[in-house]
Design a protein around this ligand. Structure first.
Ligand code: F6R
Length: 259
């Protein structure tokens, strides 16, 4: 696992956006796995800027988002479809027919989850998977105790996840309780995984992810088993790491390997 600790949240954001833009330049027809949430807003802003500067084209890319709330139609203000259009899709050259999210308003959400998993397999699996991190260690909406081999399915959100996402809704009780999420097994099939976390609220989850035991109690810890996983964090999110000096020695200030 590559651990890149940047001096600021903005530098961590820039690093992740640059990794994704570089992937698109190297492989314009990449299959991207995309995430939503507060962490990614700054990443997408930087990617839009890179696109406008001619440094990133999504024209040949395919994307699959990690998750969507059950019950929300794509035009619902709290849906991840809406989030993605607002923060990325409407401002870059991605082909909307190749930008995928689960349909939260599907009549049969379980069948929709199975269809989504099959669509990812049919696309040849994810090439570059972008991940945020829940303060409870979740990736996608794979909450603690999720099967580490799970495929795309319905998950019940924890109270803490609903509270963390309440800011996107008029009333806390409007936050959906269920989501369709890529499974941990789905995520682990990606060729390359890049996880971004910044801020003090994520420091305990970051330590559990990098240095804790591999356990469904911290679903992100399974990334220790991924052959090409990069964790990009800022100083605040690195605060609880025990082997900090080692990470700094290998990648000073989150930059290229020193040795
Ligand atoms: C969103 C997702 C979640 C978020 C995580 C962090 O698609 O899959 O795992 O990445 O909840 O959310 P923020 O960035 O809002 O702290």
């Amino acid at each position: 696992m590559k651990i890149l600790i940047h001096p600021s949240a903005q530098k961590a954001v820039d690093c992740v956006a640059d990794l994704l833009a570089a992937r698109l330049r190297n492989d314009p027809a990449s299959v991207l796995g995309l995430a939503t949430g507060g962490t990614m807003e700054a990443v997408y802003a930087r990617l839009i800027a890179a696109h406008r500067a001619g440094q990133a084209s999504f024209a040949r890319a395919t994307s699959f988002n990690l998750d969507e709330y059950v019950g929300l139609a794509p035009d619902h203000a709290g849906s991840y479809w809406r989030y993605m259009r607002q923060h990325l899709f409407d401002q870059v050259d991605i082909d909307p027919s190749r930008a995928h999210l689960p349909r939260g308003d599907a009549a049969d959400p379980e069948a929709e989850a199975a269809r989504y998993e099959a669509a990812i397999v049919a696309a040849g699996d994810i090439g570059f998977q972008l991940l945020g991190l829940g303060a409870n260690g979740h990736i996608g909406f794979n909450e603690p105790t999720s099967s580490l081999a799970s495929l795309t399915r319905i998950k019940t959100l924890t109270r803490s996840t609903r509270e963390a996402n309440a800011r996107y809704y008029d009333r806390p009780e409007d936050v959906p309780h269920l989501a369709i999420t890529m499974g941990i097994g789905t995520i682990m099939r990606a060729q390359e995984v890049v996880l971004l976390a910044y801020g003090a609220a994520k420091s305990r989850a970051v330590a559990a992810l990098i240095e804790g035991p591999i356990s469904a109690a911290c679903p992100a810890s399974i990334l220790q088993m991924h052959r090409r996983a990069t964790v990009v964090i800022d100083e605040a999110a690195a605060a609880d790491l025990t082997l900090r000096a080692y990470y700094d020695e290998v990648h000073p200030k989150g930059g290229p390997a020193a040795i």
